[in-house]
Every structure is written in C-alpha cells, then in structure tokens.
Design a protein around this ligand. Sequence first.
Ligand SMILES: [Cu+2]
Length: 315
Amino acid sequence: MPAALAPAPNRSRRRVFVLTLFAAIMGVLVFSGVAAADFWTPESGGSPQADSVDTLYKIILAVAVVVFVGVEGVLLYSLVKFRARAGAVPAQIRGNTRLEIGWTLGAAVILVVLAVVTFAMLPGIRNPPNSDADGFPTQRIENVQNASAYQPRPPSGHALNVEVNGQRYAWRYTYPDADTNTLNNVFSYTDLVVPTKTTVVLTIKAQDVAHSWWIPALGGKFDAIPGHLNFTWFKVSEPGTFRGQCAELCGRNHADMVAKVVAVPPAEFKQWLADKRRDIQAADKDAQTKRAQEAQATAQGASPAPKTEQDVIGK
Ligand SMILES: [Cu+2]
C-alpha cells in the first residue's frame, strides 16, 4: 500500500477511542440496573402469576441462550478454523448419521422438557389462589355463563369480582357490594382501587371497540371485546401502584387510555368503597334535584302550565 493511503496513526487511534467511548456509554445505559430491570424479561413482582410467567420466561430464555451460544460458537469457530482462500476446493464430506440423529434427538428432548415445565407451571398461572385470612372479606363469585372464555376461580370460590369496561378512551370499573358480591353502583374510572391480600377476579368487556387490558406487573394482556367476556385475576400482597395502558389500538386517543391499579390495605379499601358509594349517591340525588328544578322552571317560564286534574277538582 502506498504510504500516502495508509491511515495516519493518530486518526486511527482517535477512531478506536471514539468507538470505545461509544461502546462504553451504550454499555452503561443498556446494562445499568434501571434500564435492564424487566427489559429482557416480563415485568413481575405484583401478582403471583406474573412472577410465574417471569420465571417460565427466564427458564426458556436460559435454554435458548445456551443453544444460541452453542450454535453460533460452532459456526464462528468453523468460519475461522477452516477458512480458505477463494477458489479453494472444499473437502467433500457426506452426512454423519450419529451426529444428525444426535442433534435431532437433542432438539426434541429440549422441546419436551420445556413443554413439561410449561404445563407444570400453567395451573399456577391460570388458577388464582385463595385470599389471605386477613384479606378483604369476599363472597362466592357468581358463575358467569360463558362458552368460550376461562373464568378463573380460587379453590374456595371466594374472590372480589370487579367488572372492567373498556370504552374510548377510559377504563370504567364497577365494584361489588362487600356483602353480596353483586355489582352495584360503585364505580371509578382509570384508577382501579383494590384491597391487598385479596384475590381479585376481573370480568373484562368493552362497550364500543376492541381494547386490551394490560397491567404488566400484574400479569398478561386480556382483550376487551364488545359482546364477549374475558377474565383474569391478580392478588397483590403489599400496598402499591401498578401502571398499565390499553394495549389495542382503539382510536385516535388510544395513547391516553391509561390504567392504574392502586392496592390498599383491606380496611382502607372498605372505607374507600363506603366513601365512594356515599359520594355517588349524593351526586345522584343532586342531579335528580337539579333535573326536577329545571323541569319546573321550563314549565313555568315557557308557556302557562296546562291545567291538571288536581286544579280542576280544587276549583
Ligand atoms: Cu383502548
């Protein structure tokens, strides 16, 4: 190579320095604790089934990493070890029966092991446990007639059954009565308040278009479909807040359709439920009074009120 074309030593050194610096910064950003938290694996820590999903994912990821490193390692090793100049005639090799049977069986065994582990963990993911003894007192949940979706129930049958209704662009929650567990008029939007140590079963539906309920730390996504019921559950042990959002593009304000689960101690939840019921009843009463006043004002102002039977009899 002519001397004029050779890169100047300081330019090459600068390039190495810049690349090293870039790699170091990217490494710090990607592998720092916060960035890496639940980056490679599903979010967990909110509810037992989310933890099981996370564990299962990590087991499969570990096996996949071993297979990947093995296959790519052999590939890279072979590329370097057996490299030859262009035009060289490669060695003419026929199949190796033992090796071929070996890797076919090996792959099959790995799949069988993963299937067995998955099916062993599945009941813990699908089936909710009972509430703790000091959880919020709940009644038996009513059996919902539904042909196609699996309705999770704890072994005792007792859970707090909350209805989640997706609507453009908010989540509406209807809470059960503490005594009967039938849905009553206590409702809230966006923030779903629940008691800790209590199994909460959600009945998920939508009233306009398809939405998707997803609080990552509390488990998987569940579609909210008009005319169809879906179910999921969670059980939070410690008070905390878990964020999520609609995971199905549902319209122009889809991004605003956020959801938050706020877990509070059972006694606090009982108080919240009572306060909410009282507030809603007071607001209902207010609205009724206002409507009656407006009707009266309209009747008096617009045209003389038509004579009623009472008026005629009074005369
Ligand atoms: Cu939505």
